[in-house]
Write a protein that binds this ligand. Structure first.
Ligand SMILES: NC(=O)c1ccc[n+]([C@@H]2O[C@H](COP(=O)([O-])OP(=O)(O)OC[C@H]3O[C@@H](n4cnc5c(N)ncnc54)[C@H](OP(=O)(O)O)[C@@H]3O)[C@@H](O)[C@H]2O)c1
Length: 454
């Protein structure tokens, strides 16, 4: 690729200031994207490139690399919902484009604008169907239920070829999510034991300490199930439980992930929904809202490999700590069972955030003259071993898209199946319990499901 034109719709929003511009300036500075890169930022605000960058810098939580961005960004005021404005946009982009130019169109806008913008992009000829140098990237949430997601997807297929469509789940750009397959398939010691005979249970946990900030309008319609489980948690579950893919090419990996998701079922008696105390006072939240900010679910993946192994999925806001982790707990040893020894079970930790890494807990003798045993941990810290800082998820995802690599983006059937699962859960959803303390939720889970969540 000689030249890159990266066009952002919704370029005055939070996602652009906090994620897209920092990622693009870093990629450019590190020479990961072409010298001839242009970022076309589109918005309805009355700004020019200079005042746009100043505005975005003020909006961003951390200072932007303005020196780099000034070299590559161009702001244009257009009404993205007005098809007439696309003639002007086409002229701007055509001026920069030859047949070696990669063109990426990034929709950093809410799904309610997807249809108009996608249609305008298509009708104006900015993207020609099947031209693989022209790609379109969509942000999560991909719909708000199965029906709306299907509608969006149908529309996309009308305008674009599947090869041109990139659906973002930014969790897939995270270092340790990418590492799940590596840990599983590149290590004999794990490959050998990745079965229901040896795995006792799997815990997939995403805990947050924050509330919903000013996202009440969106969050109250969504809740933890749609915001987190439908996307991030089901993606993680599929990567832990999938079979060995035929190859590590995108389609082969996705085929196996889909087969895993197809085999998921839930124990509906296990469901716990919670809402943090004070949620009803948040801005733009319905005063009698029943939206859940916490979910606990016991799931199963009914494949020969994993049949019978509980997968405990848990996510919530305003909990005790910020932590995303997958914990694979192994069965007791035969000696442990035979003698009823007071040993801990082995546990593999895939640590996603805030510390990226892998941990392995096992039993070892207490050093010294005693014969006592203790649980110890081997720990690998990915960030400590990286050259420079670990790259942000968006850096990785944008780079992958510029190189037309689709493995870290979700395919339609993954999204469709995930929405189906959410609809099953929703049928059995009960009113949330109010919590103000994670400990109370831990006790409830222990009493109800006899499982200790960390
Ligand atoms: N922020 C994140 O970290 C994050 C993470 C994952 C997914 N997402 C998703 O990404 C999308 C964008 O998120 P965001 O946080 O950047 O939202 P945001 O801060 O509300 O920004 C939305 C952008 O869309 C533009 N816009 C809204 N209505 C418009 C209209 N009728 N015509 C033209 N432009 C319009 C806004 O322009 P004005 O400035 O002119 O209003 C702004 O540039 C959402 O779907 C969100 O769910 C965001």
């Amino acid at each position: 690729m000689k030249k890159l034109i990266f066009t952002i719709f919704g370029s005055t929003g939070d996602l652009t200031s906090r994620k897209l511009l920092p990622a693009l300036s870093k990629l450019y500075k590190d020479n990961k994207i072409p010298k001839e890169t242009k970022i076309i930022c589109l918005g309805r605000k009355d700004l020019n490139t200079k005042s746009y960058l100043t505005y975005m810098n003020d909006e961003s939580s951390a200072p932007l690399d303005l020196k780099t961005l000034e070299q590559i960004v161009e702001y244009h005021k257009i009404q993205i919902t007005d098809k007439n404005d696309y003639n002007e946009l086409k002229k701007i982009i055509s001026k920069e484009t030859d047949n070696q130019t990669k063109q990426l169109y990034y929709l950093a806008i809410g799904p309610e604008l997807f249809f108009d913008v996608a249609q305008n992009i298509n009708h104006s000829g900015l993207i020609e169907k099947a031209n693989e140098n022209q790609l379109i990237i969509f942000e999560k949430p991909f719909g708000h239920d199965l029906k709306s997601a299907k509608k969006i997807n149908q529309m996309l297929w009308e305008f674009f070829d599947e090869k041109q469509i990139y659906r973002i789940d930014h969790y897939l750009g995270k270092e340790m999510i990418q590492n799940i397959m590596m840990v599983r398939f590149a290590n004999r010691i794990f490959e050998e034991v990745w079965y229901n005979r040896t795995i006792k249970n799997v815990k997939i946990i995403v805990k947050e300490t924050d509330g919903i900030f000013n996202r009440g309008g969106y969050y109250d319609q969504s809740g933890a199930l749609k915001d987190m489980v439908q996307s991030h948690l089901i993606q993680m579950l599929s990567m832990v439980s999938m079979e060995v893919p035929l190859s590590y090419h995108s389609e082969d990996v996705k085929n196996e992930k889909v087969k895993a998701i197809e085999n998921v079922s839930f124990d509906s008696n296990s469901f716990i929904f919670g809402q943090y105390e004070g949620y009803l006072n948040e801005d733009k939240v319905n005063k009698d809202s029943k939206t859940e900010t916490f979910v606990f679910i016991k799931a199963f993946v009914n494949t020969p490999r994993f049949k019978g192994v509980p997968f405990y999925l848990m996510t919530g806001k305003k909990l005790d700590q910020k932590e995303s982790v997958i914990i694979v707990e192994f069965e007791e040893t035969s000696e442990q069972r035979k003698w009823n020894l007071p040993l801990s079970t082995n546990k593999l930790y895939i640590k996603i955030a805030p510390d990226d890494g892998v941990g392995l807990k096992f039993n070892s003798k207490v050093p010294g003259l005693t014969g006592d045993v203790q649980e110890v941990e081997l720990e690998y810290c990915a960030a400590c071993n990286a050259v420079g800082n670990l790259s942000e998820a968006y850096e990785k995802l944008l780079l992958e898209a510029t190189e037309s690599h689709k493995t870290l983006f979700t395919r339609w059937d993954e999204i469709e199946l995930s929405w189906k699962l959410i609809e099953h859960i929703k049928e059995k959803q009960t009113d949330p319990i109010i919590y103000n303390d994670y400990k109370a939720l831990q006790v409830l889970i222990k009493e109800k499901m006899d499982v200790k969540m960390p």
